[in-house]
Design a protein around this ligand. Structure first.
Ligand code: TMP
Ligand code: ASP
Length: 238
């Protein structure tokens, strides 16, 4: 698969064309961003760790019947994916109170929820990804009602697959963000599932093993991602 011109470069990944217009290459970079690009750093081997964790998780989701854009891992920092027409909405599932939910509602971080909370956000860094609801999505035309219901349903399905997967590795899946796109009229999971876009706590000690280590200057960021990979059984060499 020949790597073509760069189509797009985000905060942590770059997207390249291939010979096939329906297939793209995702390059996971070491660039790390928090607070919508306000805090930036280069963390050695983060790109590789995220590419490997993402490949592992996407394959687990596919095996559980969730359609994803993932096709195959190409190298340490690159994977081949299907081209999607991305929905401008981010889907967040929370099993435990943390982050913006804790701030917004004044509820202490760490409260384990009886059932998951689901939230939509608009993908817009300049606006700091504001929270939106089904009505906004419908009225402003960001997705159809069917797609909106599909994103909600699939997000819960992903939680149902990943919460026990992480639990078996001694990790609490606190919350996570998903992005979906369209291909052949179907909703497909796109973007990534990595410790950059979820919260993972050690089940015993509640030690943070995700990007909150970077956001909150806790150190050992990539070491923690590697620990997640090791516990999940993600292959760390080709
Ligand atoms: P939040 O607590 O800041 O709303 O984030 C909830 C989860 O979603 C957390 O695991 C981080 C993830 N997330 C992203 O990956 N990117 C984003 O732009 C936002 C807002 C959240
Ligand atoms: N993903 C966003 C950023 O890169 C928000 C965050 O993770 O804090 O800035």
């Amino acid at each position: 698969m020949n790597k073509g011109e760069q189509l797009y470069s985000g905060k942590a990944k770059s997207v390249f064309r291939t010979d096939d217009p329906e297939r793209l290459i995702l390059h996971f970079r070491n660039d790390t961003s928090a607070f919508d690009g306000v805090k930036l750093a280069q963390l050695e081997r983060k790109g590789e760790m995220n590419n490997r964790i993402n490949a592992f998780i996407m394959q687990k989701l596919e095996a559980a019947g969730v359609q994803t854009h993932f096709i195959e891992q190409l190298g340490p920092e690159e994977s081949l994916v299907r081209r999607l027409d991305m929905v401008r909405v981010e889907c967040v599932v929370r099993n435990v109170v943390a982050g913006s939910l804790s701030k917004r509602l004044g509820i202490e971080e760490g409260l384990v929820l009886d059932e998951p909370v689901f939230e939509f956000f608009l993908k817009d860094d300049a606006l700091h990804d504001p929270m939106i609801n089904e009505s906004h999505i419908r009225v402003f035309g960001w997705a159809s009602e069917e797609e909106t219901a599909g994103m909600h349903r699939l997000s819960h399905t992903v939680n149902g697959v990943l919460k026990p997967l992480f639990a078996d590795a001694g990790i609490m899946l606190v919350d996570f963000k998903l992005e979906f796109g369209r291909a052949d009229g179907q909703l497909v999971l796109g973007d990534e599932f990595t410790p950059d876009g979820c919260r993972l706590w050690d089940a015993q000690t509640h030690k943070k093993l995700d990007k909150d280590r970077f956001r909150r200057d806790l150190g050992e960021v990539v070491e923690s991602y590697r620990e997640v990979a090791r516990r999940l059984g993600v292959p760390l060499d080709d």
